[in-house]
Design a protein around this ligand. Structure first.
Ligand code: NAP
Length: 272
């Protein structure tokens, strides 16, 4: 059975040796979705696996969790610490990377396998995707997704040519990309979940905006909570990489926030 993708995911980048403890804590607090990557430069994927094992011992079964990892192409890897053979062909690299993820995460399957970024030319993106489809067809990945894809044409082509359609797009949510308005419309029309990162760090001006501050003050909440609630109301799934227990607890309360249509409309004007 496929586990539903939670509306807020815990992000595991840059946590190094604290990864296992922080992921275990996030699961204890109530997060049920985890984002990681087979990219030692930024992620300690084995630490996530350790946390999953601890969580299972505490009664949080793997099957109750949504776990996603990524295949990171060679350009995104540290040449000195690449988790696959840099000289192998691309399809073999995808397969090798996934085997490392299975080992690190101590699981046979992931809920989503994500291509960390498109490759150029497009034919290489498709080669990587076909290798990911093979993993999916063998039961290793329940969904496939793509990240750092800011070109609508690329997403459309991938969607058109894929046998297993992308189920998620994970992008930086920021002004320079126009908040991906066209990409998000394409996602909405094609059952692709849009996941945001840099949601807080790229947008201090939105967190400090009048509609967000007013909504926070009226509810006695913090502006990040309101902003996450807004994103979720828009159908966006934020990645939350907080290292603070207080923030974990506060952020999980966003599901209790019901923004009014007027509040949402006022926030829409900030990003549209
Ligand atoms: N696909 C990609 O290329 C890519 C790139 C970057 C990130 N990601 C994913 O996205 C995840 C999130 O990364 P991110 O860059 O969006 O930022 P983030 O790691 O979530 O950082 C958020 C920052 O805001 C602070 N903060 C203040 N109030 C907060 C609150 N209530 N809740 C949460 N944070 C609060 C945090 O500090 P405290 O720690 O003190 O709370 C932290 O410094 C990563 O872990 C990774 O999984 C993916």
């Amino acid at each position: 059975m496929t586990t539903e993708m939670p509306r807020l995911l815990y992000g595991t980048a840059w946590k190094k040796e604290r990864t296992a403890a922080l992921v275990a804590q996030a699961l204890r607090e109530g997060f049920r979705g985890i984002d990681t990557a087979c990219q030692p430069r930024h992620y300690h994927e084995a630490g996530v696996g350790e946390a999953l094992e601890r969580a299972a011992a505490e009664g949080i079964a793997r099957e109750s969790l949504y776990l996603q990892t990524k295949f990171t192409p060679p350009d995104g890897q540290d040449p000195e610490n690449t988790p696959y053979d840099r000289d192998a062909d691309l399809s073999s690299q995808v397969a090798q990377s996934f085997r490392v993820s299975q080992h690190n995460l101590r699981t046979d399957y992931v809920d989503a396998l994500v291509l960390h970024s498109p490759l150029f030319p497009f034919a290489k993106t498709l080669t990587a995707w076909r290798a990911m489809e093979a993993i999916s067809n063998a039961g290793g990945a329940l969904r496939l997704g793509i990240s750092n894809c800011y070109d609508l044409r690329t997403l459309e082509r991938l969607y058109g040519e894929a046998e297993i359609k992308p189920a998620l797009l994970q992008n930086r949510f920021y002004a320079d990309a126009g908040y991906d308005i066209k990409l998000r419309a394409f996602c909405d029309a094609n059952a692709i979940r849009y996941q945001s990162f840099w949601s807080l760090t790229a947008n201090p001006h939105l967190l400090g905006s009048e509609p967000v501050i007013r909504a926070a003050m009226q509810r006695g909440m913090e502006t990040p909570q309101i902003f996450y609630a807004y994103l979720i109301a828009k159908g966006i799934t934020p990645l939350d990489g907080t290292t603070s227990q207080a923030h974990m607890q506060a952020d999980l309360k966003v599901f209790d926030i019901a923004l009014t249509p007027n509040e949402i409309a006022a926030m829409d004007t900030l990003i549209e």
